[in-house]
Ligand binder design. Structure first.
Ligand code: MAN
Length: 171
């Protein structure tokens, strides 16, 4: 009788575990979706396409990598240094949209590394340059169609027209 009771309890516990695992898995999925929906993708969701993507550039001995909404790195061979974790978007007084990464690996006798990514209108998403204006403070220029305004497109058209007119003169 006792044995029967124990095995019954055992079976119940197993059943509970099984369902508990399912519930936890579902909770994880819900959390993931909620996190995605709560993300700031910009006022017109113009930065949504960056989600899940990383971009890099090779400069001297370093590869600089940014993964928007995640983190940023400076890699050299097999070693990798954090330049900061995702903080968010911001707009500079001159109107430039930026992505900020802060709280990176501490710099010897300096601050924790941080990176500001300045976005410029471009035909493609691509890292254009990286500088270190002061020790362990990094600045990247990132070209992206996501920040192109009507004025940009208009300027591009005018440039193209001027180039074509110039080309005609050459003939
Ligand atoms: C490494 C790199 C450099 C940085 C120095 C600071 O060499 O992260 O970019 O200036 O550390 O000591």
């Amino acid at each position: 009788m006792i044995l029967f009771f124990l095995s019954g309890a055992e079976a119940a516990r197993e059943e509970f575990e099984k369902w508990n695992k399912k519930v936890q898995k579902m909770k994880g999925k819900v959390e993931e979706i909620e996190k995605f929906l709560a993300r700031d993708f910009g006022p017109d969701r113009e930065f949504a396409k960056f989600h899940g993507q990383c971009f890099d550039i090779q400069l001297k001995q370093y590869t600089y990598e940014i993964c928007p909404f995640e983190d940023s790195k400076q890699k050299e061979g097999h070693s990798s240094t954090s330049l900061g974790r995702w903080e968010g978007f911001d707009t500079r007084p001159n109107g430039d949209r930026v992505m900020k990464f802060t709280g990176g690996q501490s710099c010897w006798q300096g601050p924790q590394r941080s990176l500001t990514v300045i976005m410029k209108c471009d035909k493609l998403n691509r890292v254009k340059s990286v500088e270190e204006p002061s020790k362990c403070v990094y600045e990247m220029e990132f070209g992206t169609p996501a920040v192109c305004s009507d004025a940009h497109v208009q300027a591009m058209k005018i440039n193209l027209q001027m180039e074509m007119a110039g080309g005609e003169e050459d003939i």
